[in-house]
Design a protein around this ligand. Structure first.
Ligand SMILES: NC(=O)c1ccc[n+]([C@@H]2O[C@H](COP(=O)([O-])OP(=O)(O)OC[C@H]3O[C@@H](n4cnc5c(N)ncnc54)[C@H](OP(=O)(O)O)[C@@H]3O)[C@@H](O)[C@H]2O)c1
Length: 393
């Protein structure tokens, strides 16, 4: 029986994870669940899965959850705050941690899971983008197993040899090819992009996801963050990672080898496939996802990304090449800009301008400690907020 903590249980990935777990009660039990403010959703999950512990974002949310669970006769222990998130991620009772909090808020608990040597199912790409080598070293030192949940990285993982040791050359890997749908604005006239609404930006053609990652997909910052994530997960330099636009989202990514072979992983666009793969690895279990019917796919298209249409992708490659805390600055500026767009404070095309201004204004430093990373994160958030306030005047 594998005992699991889900960080971010009420989100899109969290709900998909619980869906897979519910199909295999003989293999998995839920040790702890977390949410930030969606208390009613978390309460319903606690009633169904009976975790030993549940963590929320505030004392008020903990009180509300307590009242709901008492009324339902559920004896889950309720806590709140970052220290409690770290505790449920590192508790000795836990085997595997699904890291599915969105954004930088997920760094501390995801790192706690890695430091405790857990099997870490990594959906929270922002944590790895921010902390890079520090995270990889912490996982290696503690003997943690990192399994990618992002469909692209999970696909790459499946296409690499099982003996792969983060050295592309040693395994004959020529390139990692990350596919990208191009999001909802792949063909929309660029000069109309400033008029798009959050609802339009969040309407992804193939995937159903949380709002932040949906906007990131529309700007292609999501792919940029994934390029940085691929660098850290697979040890590939920026020049060995290509982004390929593939609007159908059937091929989830590929690895090309020096002998000319290209291995791809295909499937219907449903996150339960990579979640089930990582949960059961190296075995395979039913995920609830329908089998891909190749005869129903008329065409598979591929094209190069247009960096002028998607400046966020170029900014992410720049940050990866700059190294140090540059990816943490990029991530923090992006989180602030995306929230400002969702709050109707800035237009869609101002997201990349805010990030570019922050990257120009703040010199990056060495990412030699989590404290250094978090202090750059705070600086970038302040700079982005100031810049957005100036835009609004
Ligand atoms: N969705 C996908 O298909 C997908 C695919 C690949 C990778 N990912 C990655 O997976 C992560 C989660 O994405 P998602 O789409 O599932 O996001 P989501 O639907 O927005 O869910 C986010 C989860 O994090 C919690 N949360 C939000 N802010 C928090 C905070 N400050 N402190 C603690 N918890 C907080 C939320 O709680 P409340 O519900 O209470 O707000 C919720 O449980 C992201 O890093 C994303 O890039 C997602």
């Amino acid at each position: 029986m594998q005992r699991i903590t889900i960080l971010g249980a009420t989100g899109s990935i969290g709900v998909s994870t619980l869906d897979v777990l519910a199909r295999h009660p003989e293999r998995y039990s839920v040790y702890a669940l977390s949410a930030h403010s969606r208390v009613e959703e978390l309460a319903a999950q606690c009633v169904q899965f009976r975790p030993a512990r549940a963590v929320v974002g505030s004392a008020a949310a903990a009180d509300r959850l307590g009242a709901l669970l008492r009324a339902a006769g559920v004896a889950t222990q309720i806590e709140f705050g970052e220290a409690a998130l770290c505790a449920i991620a590192s508790a000795p009772e836990v085997d595997s941690v699904m890291a599915a909090i969105v954004g930088a808020a997920g760094l501390a608990p995801t790192l706690a899971a890695a430091r405790a040597g857990k099997k870490v199912l990594l959906a929270n790409k922002e944590a790895l983008v921010m902390s890079g080598q520090l995270f990889i070293d912490a996982a290696a030192d503690a003997g943690a197993v990192l399994l990618p949940i992002d469909s692209e990285h999970n696909a790459v993982f499946q296409c690499l040899p099982s003996s792969y040791g983060r050295q592309p050359g040693a395994s004959g890997v020529a390139k990692i090819l990350l596919t990208a749908s191009g999001g909802p604005f792949l063909t929309r006239a660029v000069d109309t992009l400033d008029a798009v609404t959050p609802e339009q930006a969040c309407k992804h053609p193939n995937w159903s996801m949380g709002r932040k990652i949906s906007v990131d997909s529309a700007t292609m910052m999501n792919k940029g963050l994934e390029v940085i994530e691929a660098h850290w997960l697979f040890g590939a330099p920026a020049d060995q990672i290509d982004v390929v636009i593939h609007p159908q989202s059937v091929i989830h990514s590929m690895v090309s080898y020096v002998d000319g072979s290209v291995l791809a992983q295909l499937g219907n666009p449903d996150m339960r496939t990579p979640i089930a793969h990582a949960l059961a690895y190296p075995e395979r279990i039913d995920s609830g996802v329908a089998q891909l019917d190749l005869t129903q796919i008329a065409t598979l298209q591929f094209e190069r990304p247009d960096f002028a249409r998607f400046p966020c992708l170029a900014l992410a490659f720049d940050a990866l090449r700059a190294g140090g805390t540059a990816p943490a600055l990029l991530n923090a500026a992006n989180e602030v800009a995306v929230q400002a767009f969702l709050d109707l404070k800035i237009g869609f095309r101002q997201i990349d301008r805010v990030i570019a201004r922050v990257m120009e204004a703040l010199p990056h430093g060495a990412a030699d400690s989590i404290e250094a990373v978090m202090s750059q994160d705070a600086l970038a958030r302040g700079a982005a907020e100031n810049f957005i306030a100036g835009l609004a005047k």
